[in-house]
Design a protein around this ligand. Structure first.
Ligand SMILES: Nc1ncnc2c1ncn2[C@@H]1O[C@H](COP(=O)(O)OP(=O)(O)OP(=O)(O)O)[C@@H](O)[C@H]1O
Ligand SMILES: [Mg+2]
Length: 252
C-alpha cells in the first residue's frame, strides 16, 4: 500500500530525512516512534507532500511519484490517496461537526448533499458523536474534536490514514477515548501510519513498529520484537527513556 524509496529531506544544512526506505502492506497498522526531532513528522508530512522531499520515490495506494518530478497533477493524485489526522485537530471553527465531515465529500469527492449527510452521520455515530453533530468545535472537548477529525479523515474513504501524535494535545483523561477509536479502526482493513509517544498503545495496536533516530530508520519489526528484544543499542536506550514517562494507563 505504501512504498518509500531513498527519501531525503534537508532544512538548510540540517538533513532531517536521510535516505529512508520502507514499505507498508494493505491493512497494516504501523507506529512510528522515536525521540523528538528525529524526523517522524517530516516523514509523515512528506508522504502526502505537506513537506516536499529533496529526493526519493513515494508510492501510496495506486499512485507513485518521483519527488524530483512533482507536478500539480501528480501531487494532487498522491494526496487523494490519503487523509491526515493532526495533533491539533485542525477542524474548521466556523463549521458544525456535521459540516466539518461533509465538506470534503461535497467539494473534492463530488457527493450530493444527501449522500454526504448519510456518510457523515454514519461516521459520527461510529465515533460516538451523533448527539454533537450540530455543535461547533469550540463547544467540544479535545477528545471529541479529535474524534470528529478521525470521522472527517474516514469520510473521503482514503487508502491510508496518517496520524501525527493524535493524542498528545489532549488532557490525560481524554487520551483513552481517542486511542479506543483508533483501535477500533485498526481492526478494520484500513492502513494506518501513526506517529505516537504512547508506547503501550503502539505495542497493543500496531502490526509493525518503526523506530527513527536522526533521520534514519534504526530498526523496525513486530512490536514483540522491537519492544522486548531490540536489536540496536539506540532503540534500547530510547525505550528505557520512555518507560519512566509511560504513566498514562490505556485500558480497553
Ligand atoms: N519547517 C521546518 N523548517 C526548518 N526545520 C524544520 C522544519 N520542520 C522540522 N524541522 C527540523 O527537522 C527536524 C525533525 O523535525 P520533526 O518535526 O520531523 O521531528 P519529530 O520526530 O516529529 O519530533 P517531535 O517528536 O518533537 O514531534 C528537527 O530538527 C526540526 O527542527
Ligand atoms: Mg513531530
Amino acid at each position: 500500500m505504501i512504498e518509500v524509496r531513498n527519501l531525503s529531506k534537508s532544512f538548510g544544512a540540517n538533513k532531517v530525512l536521510n535516505d529512508i526506505s520502507f514499505q507498508v502492506k494493505e491493512g497494516e497498522v504501523v507506529a512510528i516512534i522515536g525521540p523528538s526531532g528525529s524526523g517522524k513528522s517530516t516523514l509523515l508530512r512528506s508522504l502526502n507532500l505537506l513537506e516536499e522531499p529533496d529526493e526519493g520515490v513515494i508510492k501510496v495506494g495506486d499512485v507513485t511519484v518521483d519527488t524530483k518530478l512533482l507536478t500539480h497533477q501528480n501531487r494532487y493524485e498522491l494526496r487523494q490517496q490519503s487523509a491526515m489526522v493532526f495533533q491539533h485537530f485542525n477542524l474548521f471553527k466556523n463549521k458544525t461537526v456535521l459540516e466539518n465531515v461533509t465538506l470534503a465529500l461535497t467539494s473534492s469527492k463530488r457527493k450530493t448533499k444527501a449522500e454526504a449527510l448519510q456518510i457523515a452521520e454514519d461516521l459520527l455515530e461510529q465515533v460516538g458523536l451523533s448527539d454533537q453533530k450540530k455543535q461547533y468545535p469550540a463547544t467540544l472537548s479535545g477528545g471529541q474534536q479529535q474524534r470528529v477529525s478521525i470521522a472527517r479523515a474516514l469520510a473521503v474513504n482514503p487508502k491510508v490514514i496518517f496520524m501525527d501524535e493524535p493524542t498528545s494535545a489532549l488532557d490525560p483523561e481524554l487520551v483513552g477515548e481517542v486511542l479506543k477509536t483508533i483501535e477500533q479502526l485498526s481492526k478494520r482493513n484500513i492502513t494506518l501510519v501513526i506517529v505516537t509517544h504512547e508506547m503501550k498503545f503502539a505495542k497493543k495496536v500496531a502490526d509493525k513498529i518503526v523506530f527513527m533516530n536522526n533521520g534514519v530508520i534504526v530498526e523496525s519489526g513486530a512490536p514483540e520484537a522491537v519492544f522486548s528484544q531490540p536489536k540496536e543499542e539506540r532503540t534500547r536506550k530510547f525505550l528505557l527513556s520512555t518507560r519512566e514517562d509511560a504513566t498514562l494507563e490505556y485500558v480497553i
